[in-house]
Design a protein around this ligand. Structure first.
Ligand SMILES: C[S@@+](CC[C@H](N)C(=O)[O-])C[C@H]1O[C@@H](n2cnc3c(N)ncnc32)[C@H](O)[C@@H]1O
Length: 207
């Protein structure tokens, strides 16, 4: 089975502008983390499932960041992301996180995760952990927002992503697999309206 064969038709959703996840602004927990950890996020950064690239642009303005790559399965999302004025050394690539080009493997200092892990089918989580581990340099960091509770019917009528996870599952998949060490984990105080208390900001170091 190809790694992403269980995906929704992401490009179709962008073409028909059915993108309720897109808030037109960077993720508030990312901005909170940047403000409380000045200078920490530096070097090369990968943003898988970057959508229209709001988080990519927020990261690209940081001092010490050499380049930020926004990766998304959807060519339509990537084209739209690319059409925003450039703010730093950001670029966008259409591609599959689960089939990274060899020249991307082991080259990133940081991966920023936001609404990609919760959007993929839960059966792909082992592949996700392997892919992100593979993208990072040794000692590189995965920083991300993880959803401990899936949205209810009001936010996601008819079900579907985002798929929530538990802290136990995060520890099992990322730490007990021997690939990452969780260094920081807290409920962010800044969230998009409607996501308050549903998110967990987690920083992990690649072993
Ligand atoms: C729920 S959307 C979130 C987009 C963006 N992070 C945001 O918050 O606006 C999930 C995104 O992940 C992308 N995606 C899903 N599977 C992917 C994969 N295997 N590789 C790269 N991108 C993927 C989709 O195309 C979609 O843009």
């Amino acid at each position: 089975m190809p790694p992403s064969s269980t995906s929704p038709d992401w490009d179709g959703l962008y073409r028909e502008q059915t993108t309720p996840w897109d808030k037109g602004a960077p993720a508030p927990p990312l901005l909170e983390w940047i403000d409380s950890h000045p200078g920490e996020c530096a070097g090369r950064i990968l943003v898988p499932g970057c959508g229209l690239g709001h988080d990519v642009r927020a990261l690209a303005t940081l001092e010490g960041v050499s380049d930020v790559v926004g990766l998304d399965l959807s060519q339509t999302a990537v084209d739209q992301a690319d059409s925003f004025p450039k703010v730093g050394r950001e670029r966008f690539i259409a591609g599959d996180l689960f089939a990274l080009d060899p020249d991307q493997v082991g080259t990133y200092d940081w991966v920023w995760e936001h609404t990609c892990f919760c959007a993929i089918d839960p059966s792909m989580r082992e592949d996700y952990v392997r892919a992100v581990h593979g993208a990072l340099k040794p000692e590189g960091h995965l920083l991300g927002v993880f959803y401990l509770d899936p949205y209810d019917d009001e936010h996601q009528p008819g079900g579907g992503p985002p798929h929530g996870c538990s802290l136990e599952e995060l520890s099992e998949r990322f730490e007990q697999s021997g690939r990452f060490l969780i260094e920081e984990s807290f409920v962010p105080t800044r969230s998009y309206p409607g996501r308050e208390g549903l998110e967990r900001l987690v920083k992990m170091r690649r072993i």
